[in-house]
Design a protein around this ligand. Sequence first.
Ligand code: ZN
Ligand code: ZN
Length: 538
Amino acid sequence: MGRCLVSGAPGRTTRAQRMAAPLARNVVKDLAAEHGACLRPVQLRRTEIDTGHVEQVLIPCGHTLAAVCPPCAERARILRAAQCREGWHLDHEPIIDPDPATEEQRALITGRAEAQEDRDLLASAGLDVSELDERIGELDEEITEAGMRGSVLPARPRRHRSTRRRQDAAPLPRRPVSARTIGKIYTAPDGKTFRPSLFVTLTCPSYGRVGDDGTPLDPDGYDYQQAARDALHFAALFDRFIQNLRRYTGYDLQYFAAIEPQKRLAPHVHLAIRGTISRAELREVIAATYHQVWWPSTEAVRYDGDCLPVWDEYTGTYLDPGTGEVLPTWDQALDAIGDDGEPLHVARFGARFDAQGVLAGSRDASRCIGYLTKYLTKHLGDCHQASSDAQAAHAGRLADALRYEPCSPACANWLRYGIQPNQARPGLRPGACKGKAHRREYLGYAGRRVLVSRKWSGKTLADHRADRRTWLTSMLGLPATDPTRYSWEPVKPGDLDHMPNGQRLLHVVADRIQWQTALELARRRATGADPSATSSAT
Ligand SMILES: [Zn+2]
Ligand SMILES: [Zn+2]
C-alpha cells in the first residue's frame, strides 16, 4: 500500500524511478497553493442554533509570513495594498465619529468621578488612600471592559526630562495642527484640478561606507553599535518624524508606511503620505527630527561570563553574586542620570531621502504600492538572504552587536550593566533576552512592519477584509450569512470529528476549485458574455 508505481513500467522499478514520482501529499499542497487555498486550514464546528445542525467549516490560518503559509500571506499582502490604495488620495474626510456612550458607560464614568473626588479629599487630609486607589483601579478596568477607549486620566506623568532642543538640531517652525486630513487641490493653467500625494523613503544615517552587496568596505570601522541602536529605536524615531511633520505642515497628515531592511541590513521606511510637501520642507523636518533614549549608561560591563547577578526569591530582586548587595532598580538607575546627563542614544534619520509626487490612479501609484507591500510576507532578516561570506559575516556582526544591547527597559541585558531590569523576574540572563529585537530575523527592529495612521482610509484591516467578502458574496449571488444564526467552536485534535491536516487540505482544494469556477462564471456574466444576466451585476 502507498507504493506509487511509475506507469508503463511493469515489474520492478529502480529507486530513482520511484523517487521521481511526485509525492501525492505534495501534489495536494501544490494544488492548494496554486488555487490560493490556505495550507494550514483551521477546523471549526458550526452549529445552527435553531436546528442544532452541525457542519465542519475550514477557515484560512491567516498567517502573514510566506514561509508559514504562502497563500494566506499573499492574501494579507493584497489586503494591505488595497488599504494603501484606498487612503492615499482620499478626497473626503474619513468619518470616524465615536458612538454615543451608553447608559452603562455613563454610569461607570460617574462612579469613577465620585471615587476620584473622595480619594483626593482623603489625600489632602493626609489620610490613607490605598483602598480607594484599589477601587479606582477596578473601575478603570470596568471602563475598558465596557467598550470605552483610553482612560479618564493621562498615563502616569513620565519622569521629567529637559525638553530643551538639542543644539545640534535645527529648530522647526510650529503651526497649530488643524483637523484636516486630506491633501490640497491644485489647479493647472487649463483649469484641470489635481490632488497630488507623496511617496517618501527615509533611511538611517551612514555607519561606514558599504559596497554594492551591502557589506562594509572597512568592517572594523563600521559602527555596528550605532546601527543596532538605530534599529532598536527606529519606531520611536518614526513617531517623532510624523509628529514634527504634522506640526510643520499644520494639518493632521495621514500615512501608510512599511518598514523594510536595506541591503546593508539597516531599516528604512517607505511612506505613502496623503497630501504633498516640497523636498526642501521635507529636508528641513528630517534634519530637525531626533529621538533621545534616556536610558542608563551601558559603558561599563559589571557582570559577565559566570559572574552574574543572582535572583533573591525573598526580596524579589537581583543581588551582586559576591557581596549580596541589591542592584539598583530601573527607576533608581533612571533617577541617577541627572539633569546634566546625556542620553544613551540619539537616533536620527540619514540626510539622504527620496520623495516623489504621485497622482491618484496613476501607474506610479501602483508601482509605489508595489514597493510598499513587496516584502511584507517576509521576516526583515529574510528579505536579503546572504549569498556571500562577506554578507553572512556582516549579518553575524550585526547580530553580535544586538546581543548585549538592551532592547527595552525590561531587557535581561541590564543585568550585565549592574541594573535590575524593569519588572525584574527570575531566570533573566544577559545575552539571552527573549525580546524579538535580538533575534537574527528581526535585525534589531521588532516593531510592526506596517504603520497606518488612524484616519488613513477610515477603515480597519478587518473592514477592508469585510469589503472583499461583500464583493465576493454579491458577485456569487450568495445570501449574506446572519452572524446570530450559528455558534462556533474550535475542533481539537482529540475530538471525534477532528480532521488531520491532509484531509483538511483535500477539502479546501475541492472547495476552492468549486467556487473559483463559480466566480469565473459570474465574472463572465457580469462582463456581458451573457447579456441576459448582467442586470443583477454591479
Ligand atoms: Zn494559511
Ligand atoms: Zn532584550
